[in-house]
Design a protein around this ligand. Sequence first.
Ligand code: HEM
Length: 165
Amino acid sequence: MASHRLILLCPELRRFAETTRYNYHFFASGKNAMGVNLMMETHYVRLGGDEIVRKLADRFYDLMHLDPDFHGVRKLHSPDLTGSRNKLYWFLSGWLGGPPLYTDRFGHPALRRRHLPFAIGMIERDQWMACMERAMEDLGVEVTLKTELIAAFFKTADFMRNKTD
Ligand code: HEM
């Protein structure tokens, strides 16, 4: 991880940062292998915040709707994608480390349970992933961040599988 993304703080400074109202959505804190306190910018901040998260959800569903490569996952969704766009945007905001817009509205996401009505195997997972990767490319997401997000998305997408192909 690039050093400019890590902020090492003495305990007093760290406590101060944690009490400011700005800290909550902008840093994830933890300890490194040496037990030193670290504060790291969240994916939400590195991506560019609310405006880009909204654009990512919209681009994702634009591509899903327009590109026949994603027909398999498109046909699982409602004809009107407005609800899906909003829910993905709200969910991603919190999932990336920003404001928890989805849980504020609906409580725990319980994503796997909410996906059970839709038959999801490896084909659907891979289409979803390809669509998200294209959306990130179209928005010009920086390559290191994109690689990290693809790995994180894959874990969640793979967890949604509920049928054997
Ligand atoms: C693995 C492949 C996936 C497929 C095929 C899939 C498909 C779907 C479908 C069909 C819906 C319902 C949309 C509607 O009502 O029209 C949905 C909802 C949703 N999906 Fe996915 N999804 C996948 C993976 C993911 C992943 C990886 C995430 C998050 C990173 C995600 C986040 C959501 C959210 C937040 C909702 C709204 C849930 C609700 O409140 O009802 N999905 N998805």
